[in-house]
Every structure is written in C-alpha cells, then in structure tokens.
Design a protein around this ligand. Sequence first.
Ligand code: B1H
Length: 837
Amino acid sequence: MTASSQIPPAIQIEDDRTGVTIPTLRRALADNLYYVLGKPPDGATLNDYYLALAYTVRDRLMQRWMASTHTHRLPTIKQVIYLSAEYLPGPHLGNNLMNLGLYETVQQAVAESGLDLATLLACEEEPGLGNGGLGRLAACFMDSLATLEIPAIGYGIRYEFGIFDQEIREGWQAEITDKWLQSGNPWEIARPEDAVFVKLGGHTEASTDETGCYQVRWIPHQTVKGIPYDTPIPGYRVNTVNTLRLWKAEAPESFDLSVFNHGDYYGAVDQKVISENLTKVLYPNDEPIQGKQLRLKQQYFFVSCALQDLIRTHLAQGGRLERFHEKFAVQLNDTHPAIAIPELMRLLVDDHHVPWDLAWTITQQTFAYTNHTLLPEALEVWSLDLLGQLLPRHLEIIMEINRRFLEDVRLKFPDNGEKMGQLSLIADQPFRSVRMAYLASVGSHAINGVAALHSQLLQKTVLRGFYDLWPEKFLNITNGVTPRRWMLLSNPRLAQLITRRIGDRWIIHLQDLRDLEPLAEDPEFRAAWRSVKQANKQALAQRILERTGIQVNVESLFDVQVKRIHEYKRQHLNVLHIITLYNRLKQNPSLDLVPRTFIFAGKAAPGYVQAKLIIRLITAVGEVINRDPAVGDRLKVVFLPDYNVTNGQPIYPAADLSEQISTAGKEASGTGNMKFALNGALTIGTLDGANIEIREAVGSENFFHFGHKVEELSQLRSQGYDPRRYCDHSPELNRAIHRLESGFFAQGNRDLFRPLVQSLLNDDPYFLMADYLSYLNCQEQVSQAFLNEATWIRRSILNTARMGEFSSDRSIREYAHQVWQVQSVPINLQPYSQSEA
Ligand code: B1H
C-alpha cells in the first residue's frame, strides 16, 4: 500500500478494545477466533482465520459507522438514497483495510501470527449481486459517496444466489450456483427489529369515509416480511461509513401461525418457501424478462421495503412528510426500481392521507432517474395483466398518473392525438403494458444518461417526446470508476510508483495524475513504468498458467477484452481479427508478426444461445492456435473463466491494449474502458459510449479508433445494408469467414458455428462486416506502435495522466450538485468511553 498506513490523528479514537497496534490487532484476531467463531487456534481453518480477521476489521469500523448513522438521521441533513436491483462491491476485506489505513499494519500483525494476508484475502467470496457494469457502477458510487462524506444509503436485494459462477467445460460455459453465503458473511448485520411488511396481489376496495374523503384500501392476497441486512461502506481515510441495506424476504410469522392453528402445518411451510423464493436468485440480463412475475415481485419488494424504511425513520425523527424530498434524494438506477414512483404515491395518499397533488409534488421532487441502455430488448415494460394481478393498487395509480399527464400534454399540444399516443405511459403493442422508462421520466425531476453520446441519443430517440416537453430535466453525467479499488488496491506497484513521484493526493483528487505528464519524457521514469507493467503481466501470466494451463509470452502484446459476452460488444469481431492473423501466418510461416496474447473473459446469460456460442468460438480458436507448432508463441488465445470483480482486479493492470469495440450507439458508457486506460493500457475502440470522451481526454494520438459512427450506421441501414458485399470486397474477410464455415476450428463439424456465420452473412445487426476492414487496419497500427517501446510507454503514461476526470468521485460530485443538492457532512467522533453512556 502506498500512502501512510497510520490513521490520521484527528480520527484516532481507538482504545484497548479497538486498537490498531500490532499487539492489539493480534489479540483481537485471537479473541474473535476463540469467542466469536468458537475455534481453538489449532482447530481453525483458513476460512476461520479469514472470518476472525474480518470481524477484527469490522470492529474497527463500528464507532465510525454508528456515528455516521446517528448524524445522517438528523432531520436537517439531506441523504442520498440509491435504489439499485444490483450491487457488485467485490471483496470487502482488502478494501476496508485500505480505506481505514490499516493494510500494512494488519499485514504485519497477521504475519506475526504465522499467517499470510494474501491467503486470507483469497478466502473471501465476493457478493455477486449484479450482472455487470450497472451493478459495479452502484458499488463505485457507494465508495465515492462515502469518501466524499456524503450521507447515503444504498438499498437493494440480498439475493441468496448471486450471478452464477462460470466454469469452462469442453470449451463451453457451464453455470454453477453461486453459494456466496455458505461459509458465512462477516460483513453484514441482520436487523430483524427493522423488518417491514410488503403486500402482494389481491384487490382494492374504494369507499368514502365519514368526512366525505375518497379512500382506497388494498386487500392483498399475500404479505411477505422484509428483513434488512446492513453492510458498512467506509470512505477512504474519512470517518464517514455509509450503509448498504439489502432486504431478504421471509414469511411473516403471524401468517404461519394462523395456518398452523388450523392444523395445516405443511401449508404453513409452503407459504414460507414461497415467500423466501422472492429473494432467492438474481436474474441474469440479456434474457427476455417478459412475463417474469418473480422479477417484478423482487423489484417491488425491495423498493417498498426501502420507502417504508425511509418514511418510518423520517417520522420517528419528527420529520414531516411534506418535507420528505428535503430529507431524501432518491436515485433510480435504471427502471428496475421505477415502481417506487407509484409506491411512494400509494404510501403518501392511501396510508398517510396526503392529498394527491401534494403527494405528486413530493414524489417528483424526490426521484431522479438514470437511464443505462437504449437497447430495445432491455427497456422494461410490464403487461397490465401481470401488473394488475400483482399490484392492483399500483396499476390504478399509474393509470391516474397517466391520465393527468396526458391531460397536460393535451393542453400543450391541442388536437394532437398522435402525440398523446407517443407519450402515453401505456403501450398498446404488442400487448397493453406500462413503459417503465416513461413512468420513471414523468415521476422524476432529473433524467440522465451515463456518457455524452448516450445522453444525446436518449434525448433524440427513446425519450425524445419527454425531452421536447421538459428539456430542463435532462442532463448527462458520465460514469466513473473508483481509483481506490481500481488502482490503489488492484495495482499497488503502479500506485506506489506514482505516489513516489507526485505524492498521494491523486487517490482522492484523481486529476492530480496530470502531474505525471512531464514524466512521460523522462527515460528513467519510463523504464520504471515499463517494469511495473512487466511485473503485472508476469503475475497475470502465472494466473493464466494456473487456471488454463496455457503458457503465455510476457513480451507479447497483451490484448484484452473482458466484459459480459454480447453480440453488440462484438467479441466475435476480435475473433475475426485473430483468425485473420492466423491465416496470414499459415500462408507465410516466416511472417514477421508482432506477438500477441489475446485474453478474453466474461459471462454469457444462460439462455443467450448466440453469446454462449461466441464463448465456444473463442475456446475453439484457442485450441487450434495455441497448439499449432507453426504459430509458436507468436499468438495465444486465452479464455479466463469466471470473470468477476475478484478475477478482474489482476487483469486491468496487466493489459497493454484494451478492446472497446461495441457497435457505435449500443454501449451506453462502458466502465471497463476507464479501468484499462487508468492503468496505462492503450485503447482500440469505436466512437461509442464513454470511449469518445476518453479519446478526447487522452488525446486522439494516444487512442486507436476505428469503425463507423452512429450516423454512418443509420445511413448504411437506410440504404439497405448488405453484409455479404464486404466479403466480396475483402479476400481476408472472406477467408476468415470460410475458416469458420469449413469446420476447421470445430474438428470438421460444419454445423457448430453455422448460426454465427449465418447471422453475420444474412443480417449482421451489429455491423461486424462493415467495421472489419477498419478494425484490421487499426490493429495493424497498434502492432506497429507496439514495436516502438519508448513511444508506447510514453503513450501509456499519458493515458494514465489524463484519465483523472473518469473518477467516480467526479460523477458523484456532479450528481450531488446538479441532481441531489446534497453537501458533505464530516463525522465527528468521540472516544468509545464517552459515547457509551
Ligand atoms: C447496463 C444494463 C442492464 N445498461 C438490464 N443496462 C438488466 C439492463 O437485469 N437486467 O435486466 C441489468 C443491467 N446494464 C450497463 O450500465 C451499460 O450496458 C454499460 O454501458 C454502462 O457502462 C453500465 C453503467 O452505466
């Protein structure tokens, strides 16, 4: 670890129970092992030691956590509420040690107890409570919120099984259940005393009460209980510790009992099983979600738990509901939690008797919505049938919101029936359904995209009608990544080198990396930079060998594409390049080719057949190329299984080249692109998502761009795109496609990759054929550039030096000022002995 390992004196509140000296840490480790886990030192497993260490660290967060929670509840303090169906925080232990400034001390304490910190860190099962970028973004944002001392709670779902673990069996993806809770989760604290009840199904009854007031009662078919589990999220070297509060569904005891009293014991158990199924498993994305009632249940469940929790604490603090939006700024992470809008309306109007108009003002002032995708298949719609069955009252509320909204539209655009149909929250085709992105837009005071291009396209396409109505609601906030996890923790060698030269302020002010720019001209610094990269490549090569048996050449160019497998991300375009290089080698065995190691990793949704076939394609091409003696170690193709936060951490620091090659207009932002460039990889990329801004920041001379732009693709499309034409015009493309068709990579089986080939030749919806030549030429430039080591390293340094704006701290500052109107709140600590009373 780079910066000082001591906690700054201003926050030194440790006493003999929570001390951070080596003797007190060793004592705490032994005590936790014995008294919390009930294990004698000689009978303890490595996992026991990991748990004991985790408790030791958690204990040292506790005073800060409680002080933060206490302060954040004060009615005068505005809090950010992040609602997200996904979180991918990665393993907590190393991160918490780093943020507390205890990494080195604990490393030594553990060593003196005869253990190895790295071994204990490796015991932690990461919470895989998300699919990819969207969940990881939520985790980076939680880190930045705490580091910026912004009061925040992240609400989500405590899935019992997160994203599946991936194994590669005979070249194919196999999915294994993720039993992340099996060996115990030392970071969470269950709070059954804060449980809430959530209603589902049934019907509504309207009546007029004694005062003549119209009232609606919802008589549910089922009630489930939500139990919160809290995880501390400490900021970097500050006292703020925010909370990640995840909800688990259980059966309410009273219900069990009533059935039990009627003698139906097994019926009661069934009820319990049905309730607990609700938070059992994370849904993978890239699969049709249509008609998945359980997913809507999950969304409603956690959102209702969260809002009930907020209303309860607000009222308990003496807050008034008219001021709800002054206490809480609630961010919707995509539409997955958008049902929060009618739910807050229901809670205010039905349960707390707030008049509709006031409730609507509060709701709109409370919520803001972030859109993360324009892909039509990922835009959520819920059929009125399904919604009405599960949430009858919410359907009524949505209809009323829509009625009032369309009334406003009519006043603005009289005699424009078409406009009303376009803007209606209810779609008629292909079946009557609620457009959740529209609901989120109408119910929020701010709507943002996650990169400049994406925000522009959002305003021009999916939400065009709403942009025309309320341009002032729209803004762009480009994503970012936390430099704590994605540099300091995962690339300690580079972090150390940087800190030695420019000090350590860059960790919290990433723009300081600019100070590295002049050093790009310094041959000595370049040599140091190169040795860090080589050491990181060596370390990754070791892991590759252990996990795949493939020996790679660390002098070769590490060309890396790691992300979810999806046709729009075009891993198969990368493969077409590999096949082309291979063909050239076969044609001319003495070809002077810049050696490359192609590294892939990523999961495919279990039901996404084409994506799984892309994985098979990568492994198949690897099997042939890696074994071909004519290739030697000039080309290697590696598929690293089970890509997740843990396995990603050693990859970014070792990359020379970052592949960001999505079809223009399809990748909303990307965040892996940021991690690579920050760690000194050069990018080959399309003008898509945040690539455009990265290129502007690092300089176009330090970024390899290729491919058609968004407008060029729509032109191609409107002219009647014919992918076969590109084969006719490029002999190399033709040969590459032919290799695939011929069964050459499939032991003669011509059927295996036929679906991929057919898709490319017939529709090619992601324009691989159109971008192939440009990609190939660009890769040739990459190879030439890699030959000149000094200028490559220089460009690598400049990439890192100019990536400062892609810190999630910058994103969060923009949300704080432009959307949430929240301030930092430093946390004052008192020694435990004084706060005890
Ligand atoms: C992103 C999703 C997503 N956009 C549906 N949309 C899901 C959609 O479970 N589902 O149904 C889950 C996730 N994820 C990603 O968000 C974008 O593709 C990236 O480009 C972007 O960087 C990331 C964070 O903004």
